[in-house]
Write a protein that binds this ligand. Structure first.
Ligand code: ADP
Length: 370
């Protein structure tokens, strides 16, 4: 500690200069926090570290390090070569990180940190904690707002589609019935072929109407406890050719073989079929699809994970809207996930998706345990 400059706090003027420096730093930190862009808090955290570096009596030798959740800024001082002081960053009373200021041990000791400097560090840590709390509150408000908007949008769409489905059901049944009667009476092969095309198209429309009714929970159900493992195995059997075409394999993870949900079996099959079929569609050649079923105390969770490209952020919850599709024309109707959504809501469950660790999509369905 001998060769340190003897600029220690000797005069009242020195002391005053130090106080001004600390207060200036606190003022600057507050301004950075007030102007924080909540989408990029890392910029503010970096600026705070830069600003803090100038606040110490021996600023030329001081090192500042900040760690918060997954972020870290500045250089971490190794314990044996540095003396340091540290203040924890608390977010909602939980320690989420810290700020540390260090001097090289060969020149300084812990007593070289002034009381006011320790106070400054605590204040800055407190401000950073408050900033993170405000960020979290904002995020949860945004997510609640989005959920409400989604529920509103889907319920309006539900009403409209229910009306359309009802209106179309009767004429479609007529088209199918009468074309069948006509077919029985028709001898000419060419005309019969035309009629078959009319019937095929009407059947396709009826399938769309059926899916819309699923979306609006208009389909009658018989609910009993449905064991999930056989349903998943049945769906995988149905999709076997698609799995082979792309050389995919499926990993099943069941907490217990007997986990079941109180649901309509056909609808449960539909849910798993649609989710796994999408996973197959988006999987790369040779990819892995994971179906995981977990039983918690209050709910049962089914997760379907793929290794595809995932869902772009800008798409958001639109994936659950009827007729929303990003597939090329002719390949998708955009009804798969809206049907799944309708069924899940009809069972008082929840559906969400997120990005998987490898970048693919993870669709999670939760059913309450009755
Ligand atoms: P469709 O499959 O007919 O497009 P869906 O309602 O099943 O209708 O899906 C809607 C959209 O959601 C898809 O077009 C696609 O953009 C997106 N999507 C669904 N599942 C996945 C997935 N596993 N990976 C990536 N995108 C997906």
């Amino acid at each position: 500690m001998e060769d340190r400059d003897s600029t220690d706090m000797e005069t009242a003027e020195d002391k005053l200069r130090e106080r001004i420096k600390e207060l200036g730093c606190l003022y600057e930190v507050t301004s950075i926090i007030v102007n924080c862009d909540y989408d990029h808090p890392e910029l503010s955290l970096e600026a705070i570290v830069r600003c803090l570096s100038k606040a110490w009596l021996y600023e030329q030798d001081a090192r500042v390090f900040l760690q918060l959740e997954a972020y870290s800024y500045g250089s971490f001082p190794e314990a044996d070569q540095w003396v340091s002081i540290r203040a924890d960053i608390q977010v909602f009373n939980k320690r989420e990180g810290f700020i540390e200021v260090a001097y090289p041990a060969e020149k300084y000791s812990v007593s070289d940190f002034l009381e006011e400097e320790k106070q400054l560090l605590s204040n800055v840590a407190l401000e950073v904690g408050n900033l993170m709390e405000r960020k979290k509150i904002r995020e949860s408000e945004l997510s609640i707002k989005r959920q409400m908007e989604r529920a509103d949008r889907l319920s309006i769409m539900g009403e409209i589609t229910a009306g359309i489905a009802h209106e179309l059901n009767t004429p479609l049944t007529n088209i199918l019935g009468f074309s069948e009667l006509l077919g029985d009476r028709m001898g000419n092969r060419e005309e019969a072929e035309d009629l078959a095309k009319i019937r095929e198209s009407a059947i396709f429309c009826r399938e769309v109407v059926k899916k819309l009714m699923f979306f609006t929970c208009e389909v009658p159900q018989t609910r009993k406890v449905v064991p999930l493992k056989p349903v998943v195995q049945h769906v995988l059997q149905l999709l076997k050719p698609s799995f082979s075409d792309k050389n995919l394999h499926c990993q099943l993870r069941f907490g217990s073989d007997n986990t079941g949900v109180k649901a309509d079996e056909i609808q449960m099959t539909q849910v798993l079929f649609n989710l796994i079929m999408n996973a197959v569609y988006y999987s790369p050649e040779g990819g892995k699809i994971t179906v995981e079923v977990k039983e918690g105390r209050r709910e049962i969770t089914i997760a379907v994970t793929d290794q595809g490209p995932g869902i772009p952020e800008e798409v958001g919850d639109k994936v659950f809207d009827p007729f929303f599709t990003t597939k090329p024309t002719g390949e998708g109707t955009g009804l798969g996930l809206s049907v799944v959504h309708g069924i899940i809501v009809g069972h008082k469950g929840q559906i969400a998706y997120r990005k998987g660790r490898g970048g693919g999509a993870v669709f999670t369905v939760k059913f309450p345990k009755q």
